[in-house]
Design a protein around this ligand. Structure first.
Ligand code: NAD
Length: 349
């Protein structure tokens, strides 16, 4: 049995909390990576894991990513992540959600939860009956907050345009070919924004029907999910699950740019080196996909309206430029540079 200290993804996390409520069917993990900049913010994932070690590993990795993301987004928030271990049929009951709410509440505000894979706005509303340490709740017209997906998509769109400008010297996506892996909340929103900007799109989703319906609406092409990372295009945009960039997939890439919304795209940091060695411009995931956390972070802090959210999302391209400039100046891969800047910001340089 591996002790938490021996997990390769343990990075001096401030806390790792395990919760059990058998009567409610709850088994959950909350990892708090850092509260140096403020309460540890990050969504809760509802997922069926092969075993508990995988769940803890996911919470450790994702919470560290949230520390980096929140710091780079300029939010006064640290990084944390919740993981609820779903059973094989992914039964999500009111009792389970209430028990998770009590678990979050017991941390006294050190961790603030929100939506992640497998969790809806309605689920967060149920959790919020037990704790005030929640964001991503329905909000009034014009207020910051609510579903983070469209805001993440907007930030990724602006980041893709910045990458296009840098790598291809073009001011818009008109005529630029973008291959999108995963057309759910983020990838679907991105596809719509790119289509409106005149991009040529190739779409893929594990749910082939979903990709085909969107392609019909936007006049795009589709390919099988297994082929999307090898499409010959200007940009490949990973917007599905993580760890999809590894030695094999990077060797097969036929695009000068990788810029997409998925979390933890690199299987390992060495894959950031591989992209760099191939001369591929990479937009570090937690820099480009911060739009959603900016939205729910400002909601939690009670600090803003939609105009403020949009203004902060508009800074994402400048942060990417900072990373790419430092990458050119130092010769280090963009992924390494982004980690270095983020660690500096949270006082762990
Ligand atoms: P989603 O569930 O709405 O959509 C994901 C889509 O990807 C689904 O349609 C699914 O069928 C598809 N998919 C899964 N594996 C695939 C594969 N191998 N090939 C092709 N398609 C595949 O999720 P989402 O909210 O759009 O999130 C997508 C990614 O963006 C995740 O990595 C998530 O962690 C990250 N992210 C989301 C947000 C947000 O605000 N929703 C914020 C930051 C990061």
């Amino acid at each position: 049995m591996t002790s938490p200290w021996e997990y390769s993804d343990f990075d001096d996390h401030e806390g790792l909390h395990l919760f059990r409520d058998p009567a409610a069917g709850l088994t959950a993990v909350v990892a708090i990576h850092s509260t140096a900049l403020g309460p540890a913010a990050g969504g809760v994932r509802f997922w069926h894991y092969a075993d508990r070690v995988d769940a803890i590993t996911d919470a450790l990795r994702l919470s560290r990513g949230m520390s980096f993301k929140n710091a780079m987004a300029g939010l006064p928030m640290g990084g944390g992540k919740g993981v609820i271990l779903a059973d094989a049929v992914r039964r999500k009951t009111p009792e389970l959600l209430a028990a998770f709410g009590r678990a979050v509440d017991s941390l006294g505000g050190r961790y603030v939860t929100a939506e992640d894979v497998g969790m809806s706005v309605e689920d967060l509303v149920a959790i919020a009956r037990e704790t005030k340490y929640v964001s991503g709740l329905p909000v009034g017209e014009g207020r910051a907050g609510g579903d983070p997906g469209p805001y993440t998509a907007k930030g990724v769109f602006l980041g893709v345009r910045a990458a296009i400008r840098r790598a291809l010297g073009k001011e818009s996506a008109a005529g630029v070919h973008v291959a999108i892996q995963g057309v759910g909340s983020v990838g679907g929103g991105l596809a719509r924004l790119l289509a409106a900007d005149g991009a040529k799109l190739t779409l893929a989703d594990m749910d082939r029907g979903r990709a085909e319906r969107l392609a019909a609406e936007l006049g795009a092409q589709t390919v099988a999910a297994s082929e999307i990372l090898g499409v010959e295009a200007d940009v490949v945009s990973p917007c599905a699950l993580g760890a999809i960039l590894d030695a094999q997939s990077i060797a097969a890439l036929k695009t000068p740019v990788v810029a997409g919304g998925a979390n933890n795209q690199l299987a390992t940091l060495a894959d950031g080196d591989r992209l760099h060695a191939r001369g591929i411009l990479y937009a570090p995931d937690y820099v480009i996909n911060a739009g959603g956390i900016i939205n729910v972070g400002l909601e939690y802090l009670g600090q803003g309206d939609r105009a403020e959210v949009e203004a902060r999302i508009a800074h994402i391209p400048a942060r990417l430029e900072q990373v790419w400039d430092e990458s050119v100046a130092t010769g280090d891969p963009a992924a390494t540079v982004a980690d270095r800047i983020a660690m500096r910001l949270i006082g762990r340089a």
